[in-house]
Design a protein around this ligand. Structure first.
Ligand SMILES: [Fe+2]
Length: 235
């Protein structure tokens, strides 16, 4: 089957986090994504264990999803639902993680902390993979590369059998671009996401990131990335 273009990281569900504020914004985000050639959107609202209970989050998420499915029926983009789960100490022992994975399968979009990581944090990610059986997709890995005091830990994390997502927007930045393109080329980065939050602030921009990758790595690379994405999502 032909590979599809997937946006792996979006805050497109309305009224659930700091992303889309209402269904009209969500509609606009779907339309803009479709214009960009996106065929599959993964909705990944923020989940913070310190601020929310899983049950409450799931209720909010299903209400938002139902509203989207009821209201936006004319858009050809397929919706999948997961969460952007913020790492917390003890996550490797947390129950109910299954309900936060993408489509309730084994792929977990994990947002690492924006402070230097401990060795035990890396071990917890390893436990999630090796013992709990998750495939871990690291959200916007590029945002941690220059975190002071964290460089060696990023290296350790990327030695694990993880997948890494990069925000399309980061490929627009010529100061970061070369390094990120090399990560894709070397198999250290795997998929793109827009991390879109609305129509004005962080709008859907996947096509712009894809254009950079195509220019630097060729069309065949994009095809490979898309088929890897479909495998990851199980579609
Ligand atoms: Fe995000």
């Amino acid at each position: 089957m032909r590979s599809r273009i997937i946006d792996f990281h979006t805050h497109i569900l309305p009224g659930i986090d700091d992303g889309s504020r209402d269904i009209e914004t969500t509609r606009g985000m779907f339309e803009k994504s479709a214009e960009q050639g996106v065929e599959v959107i993964v909705a990944t609202p923020h989940f913070y264990a310190s601020r929310d209970r899983v049950d409450h989050f799931l209720e909010k998420r299903s209400r938002a999803r139902e509203l989207v499915e009821k209201t936006i029926q004319d858009c050809p983009v397929q919706l999948h639902v997961g969460a952007e789960v913020a790492f917390f100490r003890g996550i490797s022992r947390a129950e109910k993680l299954d309900s936060l994975t993408i489509d309730g399968k084994d792929l977990l979009l994990l947002e690492m902390p924006f402070m230097p990581w401990e060795a035990s944090d890396i071990e917890e990610v390893e436990t999630l993979i090796e013992e709990r059986g998750y495939r871990v997709l690291l959200a916007h890995i590029e945002r941690y590369l220059d975190l002071p005091g964290n460089g060696h830990r990023v290296g350790e994390l990327l030695e694990l059998p993880v997948y890494a997502q990069i925000n399309a927007q980061s490929l627009m930045d010529w100061r970061k671009r070369g390094r990120l393109v090399r990560m894709f080329r070397d198999g250290k980065a795997h998929v793109l996401g827009s991390d879109t939050h609305g129509l004005h602030r962080r709008p859907p921009d996947l096509a712009e990131g894809r254009a950079v990758l195509e220019r630097k790595l060729g069309h065949e690379f994009l095809d490979q990335m898309d088929s890897r994405g479909c495998e990851l999502l199980g579609i």
